[in-house]
Design a protein around this ligand. Sequence first.
Ligand code: ADP
Ligand code: MG
Length: 447
Amino acid sequence: MKSNCIFIESTFIYISGCVYGSVTYLKFSLVDFIKEKLSELMNSDTDEENPNSPIISIKKFEDIHIDPNLLKAVYAAGFNRPSKIQANALPLLLADPPLNLVAQSQSGTGKTAAFVLAMLTRVDTDLDYPQVICMCPTYELAIQTGEICAKFSQYMNKINMIFAVRGEFVPRSTQLNQQIVIGTPGKVMDWGTKYKCFDLKKIRVFILDEADTMVSTQGHRGHCLRVHRELDRSCQMIFFSATYDEKVLDFVSRMVSNPKIIRLTRDEECLDNIKQYYVMCRGEESKYTAIQNIYGGITIGQAIIFCNTRLSASWLAKKLTTDGHSVAVLSGEFDVGQRLSILDRFRAGLEKVLVATNVLSRGIDVAQVTIVVNFHMPTVAGTENPDYDTYLHRIGRTGRFGKHGIAINLINSDNDMHLSRSFETHFKKPILLLNTNDSDEVQNLEN
Ligand code: ADP
Ligand code: MG
């Protein structure tokens, strides 16, 4: 058979499809596939042309009646129009008397600005004690959220914020004079209940970002509930996430009185602007070859590669570095100062590939991430069952605010295959068959 395939690298992709009962194979090297796909995606329109897109709404920020100083900051941030979740949530969040809200919206659709605008609107700048608590599951996310809060409050007077995160300390008897506390659950709990650095009864707004994981993950759950228990009944409760399973939704809805609920259907959860693929590998070495090829193909943007353990993340990063590739690695094994500087370097584009564990699967917003790779498929801790939510959050590190992105699953076993199929069925979005094989197998197929 005469081949019209491109043979450049040792890893190849087969796009198979049945034509009148016979199987046809188009082959590309993985490196070329990535290059071509990236340039195709980046040259196509962003989701702004699609009226059903979650980043489109018919409203303007003026229609939502936010404070002129906030409006100025919103425009200064380059936000021209609210996204769907912002347009739907903000009128509820700013209503008088305040309403409680449990809201779901896809990754990268601007949930942060929705709750940050609400908390800045609610703060009484004449009072110098904590009135708003915003809790996030990780250190990095708390810092990112605080930076957005600082950006949006730049034209407001007398707004002060403090981070309650690992590495920050306040002496026991200190009374905080900042109006906004942004942090991770353990530290907020310590400062609020143990050290009594502020009065939880005076908190007017309580926000859980990534709310589902906050109330269901061991560790976070106890801390969040402990803080929540101390709050005044009139405190406004605001819960946001891209994912809620039924049990969690039921639980969070019962944590607050008469919540307004904004929900997505299953079909809406997974974004169309993130194209998903899987690549067949045989063994860790073959996965590694695939990663090298993907690395070679990243001509546009950056990539995050997810591993399931700290050990495998550091193994992969070391191996890539030894082979002359410039990569960063971020996992819970580093202290928070190191973690922040690794992420800052990645944001600045100093490394084009970041190998990470699930610590980075949620919330982190790096606009230029064009590719997410699952080196390991996400499974529920201690099982081989699919972790749907983590999958969605991981792939949501690309395709931010309507941009295009690529997600690639590396498949190494029957169970990986089963997991990939489960994600496809669950979210009702295709994960395209892109089998990679070594050259021998390519030759066999050709013959
Ligand atoms: P989510 O929390 O829903 O995953 P983020 O709040 O992190 O999403 O926002 C994703 C990206 O979209 C950020 O880079 C943010 O600056 C941008 N963004 C949010 N709202 C708007 C808007 N109305 N107009 C333009 N960009 C926006
Ligand atoms: Mg978010």
